[in-house]
Design a protein around this ligand. Sequence first.
Ligand code: FES
Length: 132
Amino acid sequence: EPEEEISVTFVDKDGDEKLIKVPVGMSMLEAAHENDIELEGMNFLMLIKYRACEASLACSTCHVIVMDMEYYNKLEDPTDEENDMLDLAFGLTETSRLGCQVIAKPELDGVQLAIPSATRNFAVDGYVPKPH
Ligand code: FES
């Protein structure tokens, strides 16, 4: 039987969209990697932190913004550890999550994830959540 997959759209800071298929059970961080999508923090310093982190909530390079509150509400609540790490993320928003903690599940089919800019001051300037 084929593996169940969902559709996920990553939207970069220029508004360019990339629609990918993500197997249920895979994290959005892994999915981004497999599809050559660069997340926010992949500059040199963050890359070092990221290598040490390995999705263990020790960096915030995998920050993504869930573009629709409806989908955001379908996610498990973030743990305290995730919230602590999110506080350090550039361009934090109300619907920010760490991509390594967002696991594909059928209810998330169609979700859109915005990738914040790596530049702190301009993090989510001009970012307007799209109504679904
Ligand atoms: Fe480090 Fe997600 S990969 S917190």
